[in-house]
Design a protein around this ligand. Structure first.
Ligand code: PNS
Length: 178
């Protein structure tokens, strides 16, 4: 069933919005970096949404947080994930599973992606228990209401959140704040 890994090793793509990157995401990326030869964090450029951080800012954050991990890379993508993975010659999609509530959506996506590209395998990983309740949406909500997010996001993300609240930015149609 399995074809040999490409010469450069087994590449896993970890797609998501990462708006912002949380310590749950960081945990999954580290697990992926141990499991696969390379892990490519693929930041979705979503024209329909108005993200807090632009795609370029989200890429910059991931790049900085994983500066010392040579097998962690970051990129943006739009369009179909399977097409992007094919272009990158990835063999695996990594997704984090926090709770049973994630399962149905993730199950549907994994099977749809398999339908579209049978050679691409989705691998689910559980983050450490202390991050199972974390989501980017909750981080943004808690922070915007004055709650403490220290320990839940990398220090760089916390600093960026503070910077955005110090000078609220108008939102562009694509990549978030301008
Ligand atoms: O963690 P998120 O933000 O919920 O990530 C969702 C993501 C980016 C994995 C999903 O929306 C996606 O793959 N979008 C790309 C478009 C696509 O391929 N859609 C079909 C998925 S079955």
């Amino acid at each position: 069933m399995s074809a040999p890994a490409p010469p450069s090793g087994r590449l896993a793509v970890y797609p998501g919005s990462f708006d912002p990157l949380t310590n749950g995401h960081v945990d999954i990326i580290l697990r992926g970096a141990h499991l696969f030869d390379r892990i490519l964090v693929a930041v979705l450029v979503n024209a329909d949404k108005a993200p807090l951080f632009s795609a370029a800012e989200r890429v910059e954050i991931v790049r900085e947080v994983f500066r010392e991990y040579p097998n962690v890379d970051v990129d943006t993508f739009d369009g179909l994930l399977v097409e992007y993975a094919r272009r990158k010659r990835a063999s695996v999609i990594v997704r984090g599973l926090r709770a049973v509530s994630d399962f149905e959506y993730e199950f549907q996506m994994a099977l749809m992606n398999r339908h579209l590209e049978p050679s691409l395998e989705t691998v689910f990983m559980m983050p450490a228990e202390q991050y199972t309740y974390l989501s980017s949406r909750l981080i943004k909500e808690v922070f915007s209401l004055g709650g403490q997010v220290r320990g839940l996001v990398p220090p760089l993300v916390e600093a960026r959140l503070r910077a955005t609240s110090a000078s609220p930015r108008p939102v562009s149609s694509e990549g978030g704040s301008v």
